[in-house]
Design a protein around this ligand. Structure first.
Ligand code: SAM
Ligand code: SF4
Length: 327
C-alpha cells in the first residue's frame, strides 16, 4: 500500500485500552473509564483485519496497548497471528510486569524474538511514582530474563522528563555499556490531559549533550530494517545502542510506514492526528473482504504529511491518550 510516496507495510495493533500501570505521561489526569468489552475488537476480528491488511502489503506487526499482556487469551491470539505466513516480523511493546520466564519462553517458541519494554527510571521509588505501581523489580527481572533467554534485540523505551528522570539520563544510557540493550529516549508527546506538563518535555539534543558530556561521544550507526524512526548511536566499547525517537524536534512523518488498528476497531493512519475510520462495525455488519480492504486503503489516503503536535492551537492534535490509541 502506498500513501503519498510512503510504502505502508507496518501495522500496529492495540489489543486493549486497559493497563495494569498508570504512567503519568500516558493516562489522563482526570478519572477515566475503559471501553466496554463488547466494543473491543475480538481476536478473530483482529485476525481477519490483519490477514486482509497483509493481502494489501503489510508484512510487519507490533502488538501494543494499553498493556497487551493484561488481555485474556493473548497467547493463543499471538499463536494465531504467528501462523499468518505473510507476516515476516511480529513484535510486542510491553511494560513487562506480567512477563514471567515461562511466558517469555512461550513467546520465543511461537517465533516472537523481539520485545520492546518501557522503563523510565532505575530508581524503584521513582518507578512507583511515575507508573503508580510498585513493580520496578518485577519489570527489571523480566528484562534481564528476556535477555538471558535470547530475546534480541531488547529495546527499552524511556520517556525523559524534566523534574523526574533528567538526573538519570546518563545512568540509563550507560546500561548499554553492560547490556546489549537498545535504550531509546522518546520525546514526550503532549496528548490529552496527562499529568505531565509540556515544560517537562526534554528534547533530544539536550539528552544527547548530557550523555556525551559524561559518557563520551555517541557514534552514529547505520539504519537497519527494524529500526523504525529511532536514530541510533553507540558509546565507545558499548554492547548496546542508544537511540533517539524525535517526534517533536524532528518529526519523521516523511518516513512513516505505519497504520494503526485501535482496540475499538478503528484504523488510524497517524498516531498524532485524530482522523480515524471505523472498520469493526462494517465487519460486524457483514462487510465483504473486498469492502474491508477498501476501508483500509481509503484510510491511508488520509495519512497526513506531518503532524501538528508542536502547535498547541492546532485542531487535529490527538485528544486521546496513548493507552486508548495504542503507542
Ligand atoms: N503498555 C505498554 C508499554 O508501556 O510499553 C505498551 C503501550 S505504551 C502506550 C507504548 C509506549 O508509549 C511506551 O513505551 C510509553 O513509554 C510510550 N508513551 C506513552 N505515552 C507517551 C507520551 N505521551 N509521549 C511519549 N511516549 C509515550
Ligand atoms: Fe500502561 Fe504502557 Fe501507558 Fe504505562 S505507558 S500506562 S504501561 S500503556
Amino acid at each position: 500500500m502506498i500513501a503519498g510516496n510512503r510504502s505502508i507495510n507496518y501495522l500496529r495493533i492495540s489489543v486493549t485500552d486497559r493497563c495494569n500501570f498508570r504512567c503519568r505521561y500516558c493516562v489522563p489526569a482526570s478519572p477515566f473509564s475503559v471501553i466496554d468489552h463488547e466494543k473491543i475488537a475480538r481476536y478473530e476480528e483482529i485476525l481477519r483485519i490483519t490477514r486482509l491488511a497483509c493481502e494489501l502489503g503489510i508484512t510487519k506487526v507490533r502488538i501494543t496497548g494499553g498493556e497487551p499482556f493484561v488481555r485474556k487469551g493473548i497467547f493463543s491470539f499471538l499463536e494465531n497471528l504467528c501462523s499468518i505466513k505473510a507476516l515476516k516480523d511480529i513484535s510486542i511493546t510491553t511494560n513487562g510486569a506480567l512477563l514471567t520466564q515461562d511466558k517469555i519462553k512461550a513467546l520465543i517458541q511461537m517465533g516472537i524474538k523481539r520485545l520492546n519494554f518501557s522503563l523510565d527510571t532505575l530508581d524503584p521509588v521513582k518507578f512507583t511514582s511515575i507508573t503508580g505501581r510498585d513493580r520496578f523489580h518485577r519489570v527489571w527481572d523480566s528484562i534481564v530474563t528476556a535477555q538471558a533467554l535470547g530475546i534480541s534485540p531488547i529495546k527499552i523505551n524511556v520517556v525523559a522528563l524534566r523534574g523526574f528522570n533528567e538526573d538519570e539520563i546518563e545512568a540509563i544510557a550507560g546500561l548499554t555499556l553492560k547490556y546489549p540493550f537498545h535504550i531509546r529516549f522518546i520525546e514526550y508527546m503532549p496528548m490529552g490531559d496527562s499529568d505531565v506538563e509540556r515544560k517537562q518535555q526534554i528534547l533530544t539534543q539536550e539528552i544527547q549533550d548530557k550523555i556525551e558530556s559524561t559518557l563520551g561521544p555517541l557514534m552514529p550507526m547505520e539504519k537497519e530494517y527494524n529500526d523504525g524512526p529511532a536514530k541510533k548511536f553507540k558509546l565507545a566499547n558499548a554492547k548496546g545502542v542508544v537511540g533517539f525517537i524525535t517526534p517533536i524536534s524532528s518529526h519523521f512523518c516523511s518516513e512513516c510506514n505505519r497504520l494503526r488498528l485501535t482496540s475499538r476497531g478503528t484504523l488510524r493512519p497517524c498516531l498524532l492526528n485524530n482522523y480515524e475510520t471505523d472498520i469493526l462495525n462494517p465487519l460486524r455488519n457483514g462487510a465483504t473482504d473486498k469492502e474491508l480492504k477498501s476501508i483500509i486503503e481509503s484510510t491511508l489516503t488520509h495519512k497526513p504529511l506531518f503532524h501538528s503536535l508542536n502547535d498547541p492551537t492546532a485542531k487535529n492534535i490527538p485528544i486521546s491518550h496513548m493507552t486508548s490509541i495504542g503507542g
